[in-house]
Design a binder for this molecule. Structure first.
Ligand code: ASP
Length: 419
């Protein structure tokens, strides 16, 4: 009993760090045998996935009702250019860091791996498919963009009903709104419970990831791994702080408030599974409810700075292995292709490898090099996902700052939306 209350009273971050360290130690000690711990991690990811759809739907419906269609449009018009810009910058940083570290030096193209090019995602299809022909299918397949669309439509319908001239509509709108709010509370309660289990799940994920790495591959691709970490560190410690500073944000304070989400993204390698914790972190970091709940679910699927950085560095990596030189024109093309591919990459573990195949196919680079990095993907996926989630929170914070400033200028009180 004592040990349980000790456990419940410890901070989330302490327990997560402890889980991570225990996972690393077990992974090293047990090697491949650590796979028996994998179910502990799978259970944690399943729990997160279980609540992510209801959480997005209910919290977005509530947020829309605390907002107005005009405000939603304005937030959208601010966040998308920011996503594009930071993604392109991340590819550029990936290219620049790889030029310094030379991750491909001394490596040769593996001759044996035969790799099939993936289907190219069609941009128009992605947009059209945001409007699902079947709501239940969108929910059951976890198609987050379609889910966001449905949630906004439902939220707006309720909002209009609540402000209708017809008292009957108002009454029903209010009723559905209250039920939605209550449902949202229920999901938050479940999330608190899941977070108590999180550190144990992290032990399972980390032990299995570390234990299943072939040490020879890790050593051979050491520079590739190092470049990934330096690249994301450059984004998190240089690029984002610079942007945040311009918008008057206290960088240190901001990072210390979002650390739970950053850490969870690192440990789970999934922006989507981290989303419940990202939303909680946004509240802690003072990002207004409407901005957070509208932008973060979309960001978890389309804004992938870490993944984009991977594409930039991977192209240089490949060019080094092939002994090719890359012109400035090629670099611009890579930034454009990479940005599109990053938008199309899902926020789940391993998705960046598929995106990398798409970039390589379009850039005419051999897919065998993608296969070459697959062996250590788990190690770099962690840090790229960390870049993805940090980028989502940074973009949300900037939009929130700009909304606050606009309200101040107009002499309107900025209601952050939380109780
Ligand atoms: N794992 C990443 C994420 O969930 C996507 C990727 O593989 O790059 O954000």
């Amino acid at each position: 009993m004592n040990i349980l209350s000790w456990y419940f009273n410890k901070s989330f971050m302490f327990k997560m760090t402890a889980g991570f360290v225990i996972g690393i130690v077990l992974g090293f000690l047990l090697g491949e045998d650590s796979s028996f711990l994998a179910p502990l991690g799978k259970l944690f990811l399943n729990l997160l996935k279980m609540i992510v759809i209801p959480l997005v739907v209910l919290s977005l419906m509530v947020a829309v009702n605390h907002s107005s269609p005009k405000e939603l449009g304005r937030i959208g018009a601010k966040i998308f250019p920011l996503y594009l810009l930071t993604t392109a910058v991340a590819i550029f940083v990936g290219i620049a860091v790889a030029y310094v570290t030379n991750p491909g030096a001394g490596l040769t193209l593996p001759a044996d791996a035969v790799v099939k090019p993936p289907d190219n995602p069609n941009f128009i299809d992605t947009i059209i498919n945001m409007v699902p022909s079947n709501i239940y299918m969108a929910f059951s397949e976890g198609d987050i963009l379609a889910v966001v669309f449905v949630a906004i439509v439902l939220g707006l319908a309720i909002l209009f009903m609540r402000h209708s001239d017809d008292p009957k509509q108002r009454e029903m709108g209010d009723l559905v709104f209250r039920i939605t709010e209550a449902g949202n509370e229920v999901i938050s309660k479940i999330l608190s419970g899941i977070l108590q289990y999180a550190p144990i799940g992290i032990i399972g994920i980390t032990a299995n990831t570390i234990g299943s790495q072939g040490m020879d591959t890790v050593v051979a691709l050491g520079m590739f791994i190092l470049t990934a970490y330096i690249g994301v560190a450059s984004m998190v410690l240089l690029v984002y702080p610079l942007i945040l500073k311009v918008f008057g944000v206290n960088v240190f304070d901001f990072y210390s408030r979002i650390k739970d989400a950053v850490f969870t993204s690192f440990a789970t390698s999934s922006s989507l599974s981290t989303l419940p914790i990202t939303l909680k972190a946004a509240e802690k970091a003072g990002i207004g409810e409407r901005v957070a709940k509208l932008t973060l679910p979309i960001g978890a699927t389309v804004n992938m700075d870490g993944t984009a950085l991977r594409f930039g560095m991977a192209v240089i990596f490949a060019a080094e292995i092939m002994g090719m030189s890359i012109s400035f024109g090629d670099l611009v093309t890579i930034v454009v292709i990479g940005t599109m591919a990053a938008i199309g990459t899902a926020g789940v573990p391993g998705a960046g490898l598929i995106g990398m195949s798409i970039v390589f196919t379009q850039a005419g680079l051999p897919l065998e090099i993608v296969a070459l990095t697959a062996g250590i993907n788990a190690l770099v996926d962690m840090v790229f996902t960390c870049g993805n989630v940090t980028g989502d929170l940074v973009a949300a914070k900037i939009v929130d700052q700009s909304e606050r400033k606009a309200a101040l200028k107009a002499g309107i009180y900025y209601d952050h939306g939380y109780d």
